[in-house]
Design a binder for this molecule. Sequence first.
Ligand SMILES: NC(=O)C1=CN([C@@H]2O[C@H](COP(=O)(O)OP(=O)(O)OC[C@H]3O[C@@H](n4cnc5c(N)ncnc54)[C@H](O)[C@@H]3O)[C@@H](O)[C@H]2O)C=CC1
Ligand SMILES: O=C(O)[C@@H]1CCC=N1
Length: 270
Amino acid sequence: MTQKVAVLGTGKIGEALLSGMIRAGWAPADLLVTARRPERAEELRARHGVTPVTNAEAAKTADTLILTVKPQDMGTLLDELAPHVPADRLVISGAAGVPTDFFEERLTPGTPVVRVMTNTPALVDEAMSVISAGTHATAEHLAHAEEIFGAVGKTLRVPESQQDACTALSGSGPAYFFYLVEAMTDAGILLGLPRDKAHDLIVQSAIGAATMLRDSGEHPVKLRENVTSPAGTTISAIRELENHGVRAALIAALEAARDRSRELASGNNG
Ligand SMILES: NC(=O)C1=CN([C@@H]2O[C@H](COP(=O)(O)OP(=O)(O)OC[C@H]3O[C@@H](n4cnc5c(N)ncnc54)[C@H](O)[C@@H]3O)[C@@H](O)[C@H]2O)C=CC1
Ligand SMILES: O=C(O)[C@@H]1CCC=N1
């Protein structure tokens, strides 16, 4: 029997996932989407050949519901869905912070819930998605979530207690790298390079470094040491990074992201 999957609240993450599923071989005819604005729903139909439906229709029709609205919108969406979701549906949440018991308390008792934190490199099939089971989710439900998110990159199972930390590392992680590239490109401008050249130099260096991190099997410290010549240029830069507390800043930044994920769990929308 064909398994229908619905993506509810198809914004940036929902569309990235949807497009990856289609690239991986899912038939658009088996994919349903919901959106708040009718123009957005039509855009998704035109771009991907998927079927826009209402949230209630998705709940009644799809075997798996993937909820990709903002954490702050999840309560309202669940109020709308709850009367229509039979307990045999798999509900997957892609929202930061919101724990599985938030869903379990609002849906039909026994509904299996899986919590996933993915990231935007889903757009290029290089996502990192961390997956946790709620109370009623079985190994089969986890495998199904892995199959879906495996379409857009790597997956890793973690206990739900680690989800907020994973959100800080990999959920938000791409933003830190984009921020670093932006800052290093500015440095190139200061050093007199045209912006486009500075951008290309830094991006290719990032791609090279990322490929070495993934493929060389070497520890990052060793890779950095290999670049750092005695009395050379790199150590002069590293001394400035240490003087400015960049390592401590990164540790504090990720701790703040973890804390914010926890706050989202308690419904703090500020
Ligand atoms: N942007 C990112 O890098 C990541 C985001 N996430 C999580 O993914 C979720 C979505 O984030 P984005 O895609 O960035 O946000 P987004 O704002 O692009 O997408 C959310 C969409 O949900 C729609 N929506 C809200 N309430 C709705 C309702 N009741 N019915 C139908 N549609 C509704 C909105 O109109 C919007 O298009 C969030 O929960 C976020 O925590 C997870 C990992 C990474
Ligand atoms: O900033 C956020 O809250 C979302 C969750 C992880 C990445 N973006």
